[in-house]
Design a protein around this ligand. Structure first.
Ligand code: G6P
Length: 372
């Protein structure tokens, strides 16, 4: 078993370190010489894909947060409306689905019953279905019209890490492909984003080489009763994923909020000493979003929150209001989640370890939930 863990204490720690490879391998060989996406199995014509006028993403748990990141990217690049639905809610919300609807399922295992039933329902309604999946030949990809496999390698730890970054990567590739197919993105744009995506494994390596401070913070915080997470734009699903990791691994009450929602309720939770992680959009994010999140940090700090700020290299604006600054390499706003999630995973792992808990097999959870 020690060998399987590649010298790490736990599968989760190993899988966190597998992430540069997970992104790299998921990008590998994805585009032909014309820059078109190569899907693993394609039983939908390009003509049909061009006709798509609505996208649903269906998934559960961590995969659903990958879907929420995907929504921002796919809508931005394709101008097709994207709705993210928890798979177990999908069929009950009377979804507006027809032959021009593309239903993208995201599942590490490919066996999650809720997600499988959502895909079946979508097919019954006449939708085209694409599966983003990490497990070759599993049930969901077999039941879908097209498959885009994530190449994260087998994920053993119950809490998902490397599958998540691979899912986000696959969603970016799918979004760029649809945009190109529909002539909505100039080839150059797509090429530029792809080039930036290819730099991500190296950035993740950089992050993983400097986690000492995050580990220390996690150990100090082992007795915390509640931790909050704020993010905005693509940082919002990352805030929720950070909170989910902490619930799953450390059994600590944790919640992720959209930073803009703070003043509409959650700010009432802020009392002296309350730890709050804030995922800060890069300073170049459009519409002055960076400044708005910086003022959120200022607001909660003034009320005594302990602010743990995840910000880009060189972002000095956050410094006066941060108890801790955790740096991530600079990248374009839409791609930031591949980096900002890493310290949050490392934090949850080390807090769980500090509490002496079973990191790979948290209580009450299963790696793959094959019942509805
Ligand atoms: C379970 C796991 C989660 C996972 C979810 C979806 O609840 O504990 O970590 O995110 O299932 O799994 P899937 O295999 O469909 O991605």
């Amino acid at each position: 078993a020690a060998a399987e863990k590649g010298g790490y204490e736990t599968f989760m720690e190993k899988e966190i370190h597998d992430q540069p490879a997970a992104v790299r391998d998921t990008l590998l060989g994805r585009t032909d010489e014309d820059g078109r996406l190569v899907l693993d199995e394609l039983r939908i014509s390009e003509e049909e894909l061009r006709e798509v006028n609505r996208i649903y993403v269906v998934a559960c748990g961590t995969a659903a947060y990958a879907g929420m990141v995907a929504k921002y990217a796919i809508e931005h690049w394709t101008r097709i409306p994207v709705e993210v639905s928890l798979a177990h809610e999908f069929r009950y919300c009377d979804p507006i689905v027809d032959a021009r609807t593309l239903v993208v399922s995201i599942s590490q295992s490919g066996e999650t019953m809720d997600t499988l039933m959502a895909v079946k329902h979508a097919k019954d309604l006449g939708a085209r279905t694409i599966s983003i999946c990490n497990t070759h030949g599993s049930t969901i990809p077999r039941g879908s019209d097209a498959v885009l496999y994530t190449h994260a390698g087998p994920e053993i730890a119950v809490a998902s890490t490397k599958a998540f970054v691979a899912q986000i990567t696959a969603c970016y590739v799918l979004g760029l492909y649809l945009a190109q197919l529909r002539g909505q993105t100039y080839a150059d744009d797509a090429k530029q984003v792809m080039a930036e995506l290819h730099e991500m494994p190296e950035h993740i390596e950089t992050l993983l080489a400097s986690t000492d401070r995050v580990e220390e913070i996690a150990r100090f915080m082992a007795d915390s009763r509640s931790v909050l997470f704020l993010g905005r734009h693509v940082g919002y699903p990352i805030a929720m994923e950070g909170a989910l990791k902490l619930k799953e691994l450390a059994y600590i009450h944790a919640e992720g909020f959209a930073a803009g929602e703070l003043k509409h309720g959650p700010i009432a939770l802020i009392e002296p000493g309350q730890p709050v992680f804030v995922v800060v959009p890069g300073p170049d994010t459009p519409h002055g979003l960076h400044k708005k999140v910086v003022s959120n940090i200022q607001e909660i700090r003034a009320r005594g929150a302990r602010t743990l700020v995840i910000a880009e290299e060189g972002d000095e604006d956050v410094v006066p209001f941060a108890d801790e600054v955790i740096r991530v390499p600079k990248t374009s706003p839409l791609l930031q989640p591949l980096l900002t999630v890493i310290p949050l995973q490392v934090f949850a792992l080390h807090l769980s370890t500090a509490k002496g808990l079973d990191v790979d097999q948290p209580r009450n959870l299963a790696k793959s939930v094959t019942v509805e």
